[in-house]
Design a protein around this ligand. Structure first.
Ligand code: ZN
Length: 275
């Protein structure tokens, strides 16, 4: 999608990292190819920020050199916000654990990019997080993969419904994420039953080379069809998430309990539970 093009690719990230690494001392654990591979979706400013944060972290630990772990921790901080020790009740913790486990399991079953970390330690606005770094820069998206991604986004809410027969406000950003994908599919990418027409605002260039936006000119009747299609896609994703989690209820339980106990799980621990 359009947004991806604004972000530097693997080689460009390596160049940007090299610029901002100048003058900073790194130890031998730092693998720049891996750093660049793990920072898909980072802007130039994010990369700069990440290296500055890693230097601060190393200084705080009275170390002379910055390690790979300092960079990894800094990348989480840049992407998700600083760690926050909120006092959560045991019930809240369990609910957060089921929510994150729901995302991770749907992601695993749908065979999307691997989960690198699941955590119920809050960061920024989020109570917990499931980290799925994209494996490569995405140029083309297929409809089936987009639906899987929507199902993954709905996995948190679906887990709450299945386990607690109740829902929380914790899924609001997940729901808007899934809805945004659905809207782009219908309006921009012609991936719904309405067919391959662009129904959104038109971006045009005027005589002076300036881009401007022409608001979409669709009828009320067409607009309600668009809304209907968006709803259909989001519902489909929600049902898919519920189907996957109902089928894997035992794993959902084991994973959530293990999260409450350990707070964070890495890729290997998670995949072991899934196997
Ligand atoms: Zn969520």
């Amino acid at each position: 999608r359009r947004v991806v093009l604004e972000y530097p690719d693997f080689e460009a990230r390596k160049d940007i990292l090299a610029i901002h690494a100048k003058g900073k001392p790194f130890d031998e654990t730092v693998n720049w190819d891996l750093v660049s591979k793990n920072t898909v979706g980072f802007s130039g400013a994010d990369l700069e920020n990440m290296l500055n944060e890693s230097a601060i972290a190393a200084a705080r630990q009275n170390k002379e050199k910055i390690s790979m772990k300092d960079i990894d921790d800094a990348s989480l901080k840049v992407k998700l916000g600083a760690e926050k020790r909120r006092t959560q009740s045991d019930d809240d913790k369990l609910m957060t654990a089921y929510h994150e486990a729901g995302h991770a399991i749907v992601n695993f079953v749908e065979e999307l990019d691997p989960v690198s970390k699941i955590s119920i330690i809050s960061r920024g606005m989020a109570l917990g997080f499931t980290l799925i770094p994209p494996q490569k820069d995405i140029i083309h998206q297929t409809k089936s993969k987009l639906i899987k991604q929507m199902a993954m986004a709905m996995g948190g809410r679906a887990a709450e419904e299945i386990v607690f027969k109740d829902i929380t406000t914790g899924a609001s950003s997940d729901i808007s994420h899934a809805t945004n994908i659905a809207r782009d599919m219908v309006v921009e990418w012609g991936m719904s039953d309405l067919g391959p027409i662009n129904l959104g605002p038109q971006i045009d260039i005027n005589d002076f080379g300036k881009a401007y936006m022409e608001p979409s000119k669709i009828s009320d009747q067409m607009q309600s069809k668009v809304d209907e299609e968006i709803k259909k896609l989001v519902n489909e994703a929600h049902q898919e998430a519920k189907r996957v989690l109902s089928k894997n209820k035992k794993k959902l339980e084991i994973l959530a309990k293990s999260l409450v106990e350990k707070e964070s799980l890495g890729q290997e621990e998670f995949e072991e539970i899934m196997r």
